[in-house]
Write a protein that binds this ligand. Structure first.
Ligand code: SF4
Length: 226
């Protein structure tokens, strides 16, 4: 199957009872500021270029972000931060991500989450992560041939990505190479770059600044030659 087939199949997955309940409950109750908007409330497939050169990997969609828009990393503060940066470096055609019909496009870039349903407190259990791993692995397998650079947002996303790469037969050294902001590792034919997660916890405290984010994306563009 191809990406469209995975997208169709994953969007009806109900394998994790706790996450199905949460994604639907949030979609039903809605945050007050989004009360007039439809919520997707289902698993979130990867999004962006079908044959990307840059992959941006995270852990899971946000309850009122991706779980609302149906598009990973969009519609919440982390997404706002990320898309403003992607637009500044020329990897997105717009600086904002509002909803699935807003005309937003990524250049040579795809976004993908290791776990496809929004988890309570943004934290899937290890069992949920492992249950969703085959979806992640299958999509990774399809986009890896064109991918030159993978940016991992946060350590959880990084760990899931390394597991995904290992499951595809790519040699991951043991002990695993450490996650760090702007730290690069060569795995297979791909450069994996760590980036602090653009959560408010990091962006409000100055742990992750706009220049730091732009530097990672610019480096990725350079390595991927896009
Ligand atoms: Fe299915 Fe993944 Fe959602 Fe679990 S997290 S219900 S495996 S799509």
């Amino acid at each position: 199957g191809d990406l469209a087939e995975i997208e169709a199949r994953v969007s009806v997955c109900r394998a994790c009872e706790r996450l199905v309940e949460w994604r639907e409950e949030v979609a039903h109750s809605k945050r007050a500021s989004f009360a007039d908007q439809p919520y997707w409330g289902r698993p979130i497939p990867g999004w962006g270029a079908a044959a990307p050169r840059i992959l941006i990997a995270g852990l899971a969609p946000a309850a009122n972000g991706g779980n609302r828009t149906g598009r990973v990393f969009t519609g919440d503060r982390s997404g706002d931060w990320l898309f403003a940066a992607l637009h500044r470096v020329g990897l997105a055609n717009q600086p904002t991500s509002i909803h699935a019909g807003d005309g937003l496009k990524l250049h040579a870039t795809r976004m993908i989450a290791a776990v496809r349903c929004a988890p309570p407190a943004n934290k899937p259990t290890p069992v949920e992560r492992d249950t969703c791993a085959p979806w992640f692995r299958r999509e990774l397998e399809l986009v890896l041939p064109s991918t030159r650079v993978i940016i991992c947002l946060g350590k959880f996303g990084y760990d899931a990505l390394l597991s995904g790469l290992a499951s595809l037969g790519i040699a991951v050294p043991k002990p695993r190479p450490k996650f760090g902001h702007a730290v690069e590792h060569q795995l297979g034919g791909v450069t994996v770059i760590g980036c602090f997660h653009p959560s408010q916890q990091n962006t409000f405290t100055g742990r992750l600044t706009e220049p730091m984010t732009d530097a990672i994306l610019t480096r990725a563009r350079h390595l991927a030659q896009v």
